[in-house]
Write a protein that binds this ligand. Structure first.
Ligand code: NAD
Length: 435
């Protein structure tokens, strides 16, 4: 059964456990459980048929004790206030785990963007940024892409903001196209950051990446790129999936070939199957099987990488997970109940707030470049990303060792302590613990 909790309840469950471990004061707990601002609008935009459409939209500014609010904008029917609040809280934790000078925020529009034409998408995006234009800015709140939004949408938003405010604002928004203030390396940053962590982990825990068997749920931006990095490092990608299902091969899959066929057919199993009809001879020849997304999570492998949806590893399937390591590239893929089960089983979980923080880290580099007018080389971006990811992993590992915690518990401890420290020195809360 899926977790009965909302996504915000699940995020809060991890946070509340952290408050108890750190014995925070009531005021500290309240500030860290409550968004500072919730912007809610019903934005209107024109459809191609001339009619107006009205949709609910949100920007949740969770906490800015450590710097401007930072977080993506999601276009999805399920991007309701609970989901946007949860993601905003997790952003505050994530920016603190990697120690970049930002707080946490998230935006969402409750719409299915796949039903819109490109010009409708443009009008929607311009309407959204106008609705929040007075509450964001390079020093206040810096948005970015998230699920179903992309560099083109960021470009429309920056353009609309600059025209309306009569300003030049390359540092307003990140994830922009390279020709309009984007940063090199942003497209692969999330996967690269996760890969750096796996490389470090492999030095501490078997298996060596060379011999590792890896299953990846979601073959989009994050999932396909980490498959490439791991394949190049000698790991065996034994299973991958997307929204239409997955494939498994005990001899290993070639992610370059999968990417090629996914582009041509629209799915990772498209090279073997048309709808539900599959070419069994070809599957046999390639020692490959068609599997479901549920099967993928239970694959016999060393490393499992959920890189698609939240809440996919729950109390229902956690006990049957066979992976030794889970790298959370998706946000919130493991429910709090499942987290307890995995801890008991001794599965090492690298939490989302660390594992996928490469994306926001390079967004930070993009903001820095926008402010300074500088343009970093791809080598500099990768070098700095590696430095930050390794330092963050070291900080989390040290905290885990010091207090006998899981990596998730340790990452939340490190982040919450950093935010509380900023709130204390700013005078938002009392300077001593437990008041
Ligand atoms: P994406 O849209 O590029 O890819 C998502 C993939 O998931 C696609 O292959 C899609 O087919 C697949 N998918 C959708 N529904 C599925 C289902 N029911 N079962 C299995 N697969 C399904 O998105 P992305 O940018 O790769 O992001 C994936 C996850 O990583 C999201 O949770 C996102 O919030 C998180 N994330 C991404 C970044 C980033 O920089 N891309 C940064 C941080 C976190």
């Amino acid at each position: 059964m899926p977790s009965p909790l909302t996504s915000f309840d699940r995020a809060m469950s991890f946070l509340r456990a952290t408050f108890d471990r750190l014995k925070l004061s009531t005021k500290e707990k309240t500030l860290l459980s409550t968004p500072q601002h919730i912007l809610h609008h019903n934005i209107s935009f024109k459809l191609d048929n001339g009619k107006m459409m009205k949709v609910p939209s949100y920007r949740v500014q969770f906490n800015n004790a450590r710097g401007p609010y930072k977080g993506g904008i999601r276009y999805h029917l399920e991007a309701d206030i609970e989901e946007v609040k949860a993601l905003a809280a997790l952003m505050a934790i994530k920016t603190a785990v990697v120690n970049i000078p930002f707080g946490g925020a998230k935006g969402g529009i409750q719409i299915d963007p796949k039903k819109l034409s490109s010009s409708e998408l443009e009008r929607l995006s311009r309407a959204y940024i106008l609705s929040i234009a007075n509450d964001i800015g390079p020093d206040i709140d810096v948005p970015a892409p998230d699920v179903n939004t992309n560099p083109q949408i960021m470009a429309w938003m920056r353009d609309e903001y600059e025209k309306t405010k009569h300003v030049y604002a390359p540092d307003l928004i990140t994830g922009k196209p390279l020709s309009y203030g984007g940063s090199l390396g942003r497209d692969k940053a999330t996967a690269r950051g996760g890969f750096f962590i796996l490389q470090e982990l492999a030095k501490l825990e078997p298996p060596n990446l060379r011999n590792a068997r890896v299953a990846i749920q979601g073959f989009g931006n994050a999932g396909s790129e980490i498959a490439m990095f791991l394949h190049d490092a000698g790991a065996q990608i034994v299973a991958v999936s997307d929204s239409q299902g997955g494939i498994y091969s005990y001899v290993g899959l070639d992610p370059i070939r999968i990417e090629k066929y996914k582009k041509e057919t629209g799915s990772v199993r498209g090279q073997y199957c048309k709808g539900s009809v599959c070419d069994l001879k070809r599957l046999k020849m390639d020692a490959t099987e068609v599997i479901s997304n549920d099967d993928l999570l239970l694959t016999d492998c060393d490393i499992l990488i959920p890189a698609a949806l939240d809440n996919v590893i729950t109390a229902k399937n956690a006990k049957n997970i066979r992976a030794k390591i889970i790298l959370e590239l998706a946000n919130g893929p493991v429910s709090p109940e499942a987290d307890v089960i995995l801890k008991k089983k001794g599965v090492i979980v690298v939490p989302d707030v660390l594992a996928n923080a490469g994306g926001v880290t390079v967004s930070y580099f993009e903001w820095v470049q926008g402010r300074s007018g500088d343009q970093w080389t791809a080598e500099k971006v990768d070098r700095e990303l590696k430095r930050i990811m390794l330092q963050s992993f070291d900080d989390v590992r040290a905290e885990a060792k010091r207090n006998d915690l899981t990596y998730r518990e340790a990452a939340f401890n490190v982040a919450v302590l950093r935010i509380v420290d900023a709130m204390r020195v700013r005078g938002w809360v009392n300077g001593t613990k437990g008041k």
